[in-house]
Each structure stands twice: as structure tokens, then as C-alpha cells.
Design a protein around this ligand. Structure first.
Ligand code: ADP
Ligand code: MG
Length: 685
């Protein structure tokens, strides 16, 4: 008889399971034996037996003793009771109080041996807690699994079900990892793993079982995304864009006012390699703030357009769209490339005409916001799609834009450097290019924290910068007074600064509730130095580029996350002059203080990203739920980064190795993988 995969065996096959229990298990998404056994304990209660001399007052103790007085029961409150009796542990008589275990009353007799666990009181010589076992709890049962059951089913009952499943379906636990790997990493086989995780005989055994599950989870996940990557590579329908290097070099020397950094040239070559190839580009471009991603995008767009394809650049905010539009218009000024801006602010006839000209291939490059996703926008031959600050867009939005062409080349640019563990998970199926160098001559931004009490110092410093001809941003967390949060608001600050610097500087106010026209006007004034101090909420956070601005002041800085502070700081330090960042804050929490300290210690976005990940955890790193991060049962992206790296390397080796595809040893892994993606698409050359 062929053995069934436990994911195909319903829990109704568990001997003695009733429809009531089945229904309860379904409620917590347990349908198959696999689901049941894959419900891992969230923690273990430790019932290692203590000797009396190691007990600590008010801490947990587990004792074995003999009953020397019959139990008394007392009831208090509704459904609450206390059972009290005495036991002897060696020569010592100890008072036992059990809560809500009244059902033991008739079942305990003098001289019975019991195992009790609870809080130890050294003055009263008492232990208050639970009867763990009638009889002696063996050391091998000391770790008691506690399952995440949401109160649907009692823990002890669930433990019995698990036990049954392990016995009854022991032979169906099929190993998917090749023996080679088990022995290489010294990890237990599947049967030992399930036994150890559900019934650990000691911490050591449990540790190895967890190691195995973590590795298996991460390996399967990495196999999946590496297979997807390979499927993309094998796709021969990509838009092939021939590259004329000479023409491109001419374009750069004539239209870009500076020499590209080595890092910029390197990533451009990586992009070109993709453009020429038969597969569609699927690349993530990351670089620290100010590293010059925009120019890279411009050159890539030039390459596409000079090969007669169209290009699209999508950004998350109007401000950014305007700014990119201006930059690109300048760069392409002396070419015959036609660039247009499309945002929701452009309406009626103007909009219709853009639609027509894009469809008629008269417009070569469209830059815009979500407006680009409108179904009326149709391209004649879209060859390259770029999204900037892409973490703000959801996976689905990226897909819509991509589908406007036939397998166009796609480049995602991110504002914030992404920690490696996240980039190889959330974006693992993409190729990654990194600009790891800033343009020459940039001076590191000097960052200081200052208490709110010393606000006048901030004002004096600001005045000095203005007198040097520089400009400044002044960031506030909220637009309007919120009594609850007690935040300084942008309006108040705007008024305060206007009167303080009256006759000395022009102040502007920018926030999310201004309409598009007003936003644009304020921004233009700041760009043209008609405004010297821009009071703003975080709408200027991403991408804004005004090189004459040298001072970034962030009010209530403790309210911002690290990545956000780094983004804000990245608005200055964009020119040749020394720039400063002042964080005004009275951090009340350790995490808040830690964040501010990190900001003053480093300007390196990659370091900050790693720290941010440690502080916030992977779920919150991208802010929104749209990060596309997978959920693991046990593996933790921060904690298990080494295992992740090992799994990634193994997966990459397997996917590109003929032996993996032909050998029976990997059958289990391949079958598992095939449940997720259709492996028949992965053919070997
Ligand atoms: P980001 O990577 O944050 O999007 P930008 O593309 O806005 O950075 O570039 C930041 C600033 O650096 C811009 O003013 C840009 O013109 C300038 N810049 C970009 N590349 C270079 C370079 N190779 N040399 C000098 N300045 C550069
Ligand atoms: Mg940018």
C-alpha cells in the first residue's frame, strides 16, 4: 500500500475523534493530520523537579511529595475553588494550595505521591499553583508544550490528539529532506523532529528539532523564489532592448552635468545586461538616500527610448512626480525625446491628449503617480517600467503597470536600503543592484539631538544657516493640534517662525491637506529659494531634492521610526556644503533614546536599516502590510539570519544543479515545491 502524505489525511481519520472536536479544530484552521502536527507549541512550561534547597522565595518551583493530610476544598467567587492539603518532601511538611482543581478532591488519598508546580513561599513553607501529575513526573516530561489554541480547545486535550496522531500516522511521516542534508547539518529526521517538538525529553533535543524545522521552512521558501527567478530567466518573451553603448555614452557626456560614480556605472551595466536579454528584467535597485538613483533611471529610460521603446516612471506622491518630471525634462532637453507628466491633477482634454499620444507612440516617457495605473492609459510599445520608492506600492499595483506592456522590463527603486535578510525574502525573486557609494565631495551630515528646552538654540543656529544663504526644512509630525498626543503642530510652528524671523527669512508651510496646486507652488518657491524655511509634515520625506537646503530640523523626533528619520535627513547633504540634522526630542523610552543615538552615530543607511529591523522586527520594517513578507511557523528573519543565508545558498545551488532535478533523493522537496509553483516550467538547459 502506498503511504499517504499526511496533508491529504483528514483529521476525521484520527481514531476516536468526534464531530465536535473536528469542528473545534477546523475553527483554528486544522483540517489535516499535517495541519495538526504543524501546530507547534508557542512555548513550553518547564516542570523540571527542584530540590528544596534550590527554591527561591516567590519564584516557580516544582516538587514531588507524599500526601500527609486529606484535601479541604473551599469555594470563592463563581466557579472558583481552592483545594488545600499538606505533603511531605523528605522531612519537610509543605502546605499545598491548588486553584480550580477541585475535581481532585475525592481522588487524592493519604500517602499518594504527587507532582506540584507553583509559586514558592519560603516563610509559609507553601506552594501555590497546580497539580501537574498524580504520581511522579519523570524528568523526560519536564517540558510541557503549550499550544496556541485561542481557547478553542483545552491544551491537555490537544496534547492527547497530537499524541494519537504521532502514534497512528507514524509511518506516514515522509521525509522530504535528503539524508545528505540531515547528516551535513546534524539535524533529526522528520519523525524524530515531530516527536521532539511535541514531546521534548530535554532542551537539547528540542533545540535540534527546531533547527530542522527552521531550515526546512527557509529552504522551501528559498527554493520557491529561486525557482521563480529561474522561470523568469527561462522566459524568452521578454522585451529585448538592444543597447548602443556609444550612443549612451554620448548621451551621458552631453546631458548629465557630472561624472557617474563607479557604483552608478556598475548598476547601469547590470541593467543593460537584463535589457539586452530575452528574459524580462525584474530588478531591484537600492542605494542610500542621495546616492543618485534618478540619474540611473534616466539613462536606462534613454536606452529604452533610443531603441524605439516607451518608458514609464511611477512614483508614490505628486511632489515626487513633479520633481522627477522636471529633472527628466532637463536631462532630455537637448534630445528629441518627449516626456510627459500624468497625475490625477491633470484632467479633461489635457489628459485625453496624453492618452492619445502615449498610445500613438508620440510620447516616449510618461512620469506619474497612481494615475499611470488607469486602464485608459495604453502604450504602443512599453519596454521599460520603473517604480521609484517602490515599497510604497503594493504587489498588485506593480503587477498592473507591468501588464500594460508585454513582459516589459521592470526596475524597482527603493528609497531606503533594505536589510539583506529582508531583501532576499521580500524581493528574493528579483535580481538586486546596489549603489554602494555616494557622489564624490559629499560631506557627512552632522547630526545632533537637542532637548525641547533648548529650542532657542535651534532658532539661533537656523538663523546662522539662513544668513549663509542656505535653506532649511523644519519637520513636524502632525498638521493639527491633537490634545491627546500633545504634538507641536505645523501651523503653530509656521506662525511662530514667521514672527521670529520676520524680515529675515520667508517661511513656507507644506502638508498633506494642501491641494495639489498649492503644494506645487510652495515646493517651487522652496526650490527657487523664494522660501528659506519650509515647515512641513512628512510629505517631503521621500525623494525631494533641493541641494541648497543644508539644515533638517525634526521636531518630536522620538515619534519617528529610524528609516523615516534617515529618509528625512537624506533631504539635506545633497550639495557641496556641510549639512546638519537636528533632532529635537525628549525621548521617554529606551527604544526612543536608542533610535536617536543610532542617528547621531551613523549616516550609513544600510547600518540604520539593520538596526531598524532589529528594533521593529520584520513585520513593521516596511510599515505597511503590503511588504510581501512570508510568514514562517518558527523561523524568525531577524534571529535566524544565518540559517536563512545557508538555505538561500543551498536553494540556489539545487535549482541550478542538474542532479537536483534528476535525482530521486530530492523527490520529497520537489513534490513539496510543486504544490506551490508549477515545476514543469523549470526546464534545464
Ligand atoms: P536618490 O538616490 O536619493 O534618489 P538622487 O537621484 O535624488 O538621489 O540624487 C541626489 C543628488 O545627487 C542629486 O542632486 C543629483 O543630481 C546628484 N548626483 C547624482 N549622481 C551624481 C554624481 N555621480 N555626481 C554628483 N552628483 C550626483
Ligand atoms: Mg530618489
Amino acid at each position: 500500500m502506498d503511504l499517504l502524505d499526511i496533508s491529504n489525511i483528514s483529521i476525521v481519520n484520527l481514531k476516536g475523534i468526534g464531530s465536535e472536536t473536528e469542528r473545534k479544530l477546523n475553527e483554528i484552521d486544522i483540517y489535516s493530520i499535517y495541519d495538526l502536527l504543524q501546530t507547534f507549541p508557542s512555548r513550553y512550561e518547564d516542570y523540571s523537579i527542584n530540590s528544596l534547597d534550590e527554591l527561591i522565595h516567590n519564584e516557580k518551583a516544582t516538587l514531588i511529595g507524599e500526601i500527609v493530610s486529606l484535601p479541604n476544598i473551599s469555594y470563592f467567587a463563581k466557579n472558583k475553588n481552592r483545594l488545600s492539603f499538606k505533603i511531605s518532601v523528605g522531612e519537610v511538611i509543605i502546605q499545598v494550595n491548588l486553584f480550580n482543581q477541585g475535581f481532585y478532591k475525592g481522588k487524592l488519598e493519604l500517602t499518594d505521591t504527587v507532582t506540584i508546580s507553583g509559586k514558592w513561599d519560603k516563610y509559609k513553607l507553601s506552594i501555590t499553583g497546580q497539580l501537574v501529575k498524580k504520581g511522579i513526573k519523570e524528568d523526560t516530561e519536564a517540558l510541557d508544550p503549550i499550544y496556541p489554541l485561542k481557547g478553542v480547545i483545552p491544551n491537555f486535550q490537544f496534547k492527547k490528539l497530537i499524541s494519537k496522531a504521532l502514534d497512528q500516522f507514524n509511518d506516514n511521516l515522509l521525509e522530504i529532506l535528503p539524508y545528505k542534508l540531515l547528516s551535513l547539518y546534524k539535524i533529526p529526521c522528520i519523525k524524530d523532529t515531530y516527536n521532539a517538538i511535541h514531546k521534548p525529553v530535554n532542551r537539547e533535543v528540542l533545540k535540534h528539532a527546531r533547527r530542522r524545522i527552521i531550515y526546512e521552512e527557509l529552504l522551501l521558501f528559498q527554493l520557491k523564489i529561486q525557482a521563480l527567478k529561474r522561470i523568469n530567466r527561462l522566459n524568452k518573451n521578454g522585451t529585448m532592448i538592444p543597447i548602443d553603448y556609444k550612443e549612451i555614452n554620448n548621451f551621458i557626456s552631453q546631458n548629465i552635468p557630472f561624472t557617474l560614480t563607479n557604483a552608478q556605472s556598475k548598476v547601469l551595466n547590470e541593467i543593460f545586461t537584463d535589457l539586452i536579454a530575452t528574459y524580462p528584467m525584474n530588478r531591484l535597485l537600492q542605494g542610500d538616500v542621495g546616492s543618485g538613483k534618478t540619474v540611473v533611471a534616466a539613462v536606462a529610460l534613454f536606452a529604452a527610448v533610443s531603441a524605439n521603446f516607451q518608458g514609464a516612471l511611477m512614483v508614490p506622491t505628486e511632489i515626487l512626480a513633479e520633481q522627477h518630471y522636471e529633472t527628466m525634462t532637463k536631462i532630455f532637453m537637448n534630445t528629441n525625446i518627449k516626456v510627459k507628466l500624468l497625475t490625477s491633477a491633470i484632467k479633461g482634454k489635457a489628459r485625453e491628449s496624453i492618452y492619445n499620444e502615449v498610445e500613438g507612440n508620440i510620447i516616449n516617457i510618461v512620469i506619474g503617480t497612481h494615475a499611470l495605473l488607469n486602464e485608459k492609459l495604453k502604450f504602443s510599445n512599453l519596454g521599460l517600467v520603473i517604480t521609484d520608492e517602490q515599497h510604497r506600492f503594493g504587489v498588485d499595483q506593480r503587477k498592473i503597470l507591468r501588464e500594460k506592456g508585454s513582459d516589459p522590463n521592470v526596475l524597482f527603486m527603493t528609497a531606503t536600503p533594505i536589510p539583506r535578510t529582508l531583501s532576499i525574502t521580500a524581493f528574493g525573486e528579483m535580481d538586486v543592484s546596489t549603489i554602494d557609494e555616494l557622489p564624490k565631495g559629499r560631506k557627512g551630515i552632522k547630526t545632533y539631538t537637542i532637548s525641547k528646552k533648548e529650542f532657542t538654540k535651534v532658532l539661533d543656529f537656523l538663523e546662522k544657516e539662513i544668513n549663509k544663504g542656505r535653506q532649511a526644512y523644519f519637520i513636524c509630525p502632525l498638521i493639527e493640534e491633537s490634545e491627546k498626543l500633545d504634538l507641536n503642530n505645523a501651523y503653530d510652528l509656521y506662525e511662530q517662525l514667521s514672527s521670529h524671523y520676520s524680515g529675515k527669512a520667508e517661511i513656507g508651510l507644506m502638508h498633506g491637506r494642501l491641494n495639489d496646486k498649492d503644494k506645487e507652488e510652495v515646493m517651487q518657491k522652496f526650490i527657487n529659494n523664494k522660501i528659506q524655511i519650509l515647515v512641513s509634515t512628512t510629505v517631503v520625506e521621500v525623494g525631494v531634492n533641493v541641494p541648497n537646503a543644508t539644515l533638517m530640523i525634526v521636531n518630536d523626533a522620538e515619534r519617528f521610526g529610524l528609516a523615516q528619520l534617515h529618509q528625512l535627513r537624506g533631504r539635506v547633504g545633497r550639495g557641496q556644503d556641510q549639512s546638519f540634522c537636528i533632532l529635537v526630542a525628549d525621548a521617554k523610552t529606551d527604544v526612543g533614546r536608542e533610535r536617536l543615538k543610532i542617528m547621531t552615530e551613523t549616516n550609513n543607511g544600510f547600518e540604520i536599516a539593520e538596526k531598524d529591523l532589529q528594533i521593529r522586527g520584520p513585520g513593521d520594517f516596511f510599515g505597511a502590510k503590503q511588504s510581501g513578507l512570508p510568514e514562517f511557523k518558527i523561523a524568525d528573519l531577524v534571529h535566524d539570519y544565518r540559517a536563512l543565508e545557508v538555505a538561500r545558498q543551498d536553494a540556489s545551488k539545487f535549482i541550478n544543479d542538474a542532479e537536483f532535478w534528476t535525482s530521486n533523493e530530492y523527490k520529497g522537496l520537489k513534490e513539496q515545491l510543486d504544490k506551490d509553483i508549477n515545476l514543469s516550467q523549470v526546464i534545464l538547459d
